[in-house]
Design a protein around this ligand. Structure first.
Ligand code: TYM
Length: 351
């Protein structure tokens, strides 16, 4: 076996990872710490597929003219954040039509009641005047995303855990009906599974406007942090606070050195420092941590065709696997498509 064959054999043994992110236009530090940082680490060890899930993003009202830029910006930011197309496959979901084909198939084994009790569905449906069926079936498409690649590991933040549990149930039901073929994936969550927004209350989320974007400038980061909510007990500079309940301190844990964390915790408890001092130090540390990502993104923006080529190559790799899985799924379900007529020459069709 040549070197390439040996590598492929090794690759065949590696566990497969799938995860996805919506093209929200902005990758924020919540997505980054909760999921993307784990993706960057996992690409060294596993065979990884990461999808920019535009079909998921159309389940809520959106502006079609903005979608291409949202997808492109997400790809660019993910690459800048450390995804390496030589180590993982990055692609756009709608470039691989088998995602929606398998989603339809999986709909037929998904209990309606399970979909209706999904927390995210209830939250999102509560905000819409008219609820599209796509919002309800959203986790089924997510199941298709994962099961199409027969992935066994799914790194996500806490808000997606319930969906992945449902994916396991869908796989179980399909296997029970048509034979063991789709592995039940394991969820992988890291320590930063739920990053709160700068309001200190809700999950950090673009739709809530409480984020820090990975590509924001030092000035933008400071303007947002300056007004971030801290321990309400610190009414004046002299009131001591409790870092354990302060979201700004939680962010220090992810961006600051042990020395800075100790300085901030002690200063807060003794009122030796004010919240603004604590935020200034955090802003400096976040800016320093994000600087290389921002620089890489600026470089990549100069070479958009490279980003597009990487996505095209990613989709090609996905399609080869996706076609195989769907063919086997359909074969087991008796959907053999054997009634298609043999193609006739163009002249014969005209007459
Ligand atoms: P999305 O686009 O909302 O978020 C992408 C990833 O970031 C995580 N995340 C967070 N983690 C910690 N704190 C936060 N504040 C925070 N906000 C977001 C999410 O948990 C997620 O891991 N439905 C999915 C996308 C998807 C998917 C999939 C994921 C589609 N198909 C298949 C896994 C497998 C979503 O909307 O993620």
């Amino acid at each position: 076996m040549g070197a390439r064959g040996a590598m492929e054999a090794m690759a065949g043994k590696r566990e497969r990872v799938f995860s996805g992110i919506q093209p929200s236009g902005e990758l924020h530090i919540g997505n980054y710490l909760g999921a993307v940082q784990n993706w960057v680490q996992m690409q060294d060890q596993y065979e990884c597929f990461f999808g920019i899930v535009d079909h998921h993003a159309i389940t809520v009202p959106y502006e079609p003219a903005e979608m291409p830029a949202r997808v492109f910006d997400m790809a660019l930011t993910l690459l800048a954040a450390g995804l390496d197309p030589r180590k993982c496959t990055l692609f756009v979901q709608s470039d691989v039509p088998e995602h929606t084909e398998l989603a339809w198939i999986l709909n037929t084994v998904t209990p309606l009641g399970d979909l209706e009790r999904m927390t995210q569905f209830k939250e999102k449906a509560g905000r819409e005047a008219s609820v599209p069926a796509g919002l309800l079936n959203y986790p089924v498409l997510q199941a298709a995303d994962i099961l199409l690649y027969r992935a066994t590991l799914v790194p996500v933040g806490e808000d997606q855990v319930q969906h992945i549990e449902l994916v396991r149930e869908i796989a179980r039901r399909w296997n029970a009906r048509y034979g063991e073929y789709l592995p039940e994936p394991q969820v992988v969550v890291g320590p930063a599974r739920r990053i709160l927004g700068l309001d200190g209350k809700a999950k950090m989320s673009k739709s809530l406007g409480n984020t820090i974007g990975l590509l924001e400038s030092p000035e933008e980061i400071w303007a947002k942090l300056k007004v971030a909510v801290t321990d309400p007990a610190r009414v004046t500079r002299r009131d001591p606070g409790n870092p354990d309940i302060c979201n700004v301190f939680t962010l220090h844990r992810y961006f600051s050195s042990p020395q800075d964390q100790a300085w901030s915790a002690h200063g807060c408890r003794t009122a030796a420092i004010g919240c603004l001092d604590c935020k200034r130090r955090l802003a400096d540390n976040i800016v320093a941590a994000l600087r290389p990502i921002r620089e890489r993104a600026l470089e990549l923006r100069e070479r958009p065709e490279e980003v597009r080529r990487m996505l095209a190559e990613g989709a090609e790799r996905c399609r080869a696997i996706a076609r195989e899985t769907v063919a086997e799924v359909k074969r087991r379900m008796g959907l053999t498509g054997s009634f298609l007529p043999v193609a006739k020459p163009a002249a014969a069709i005209r007459t």
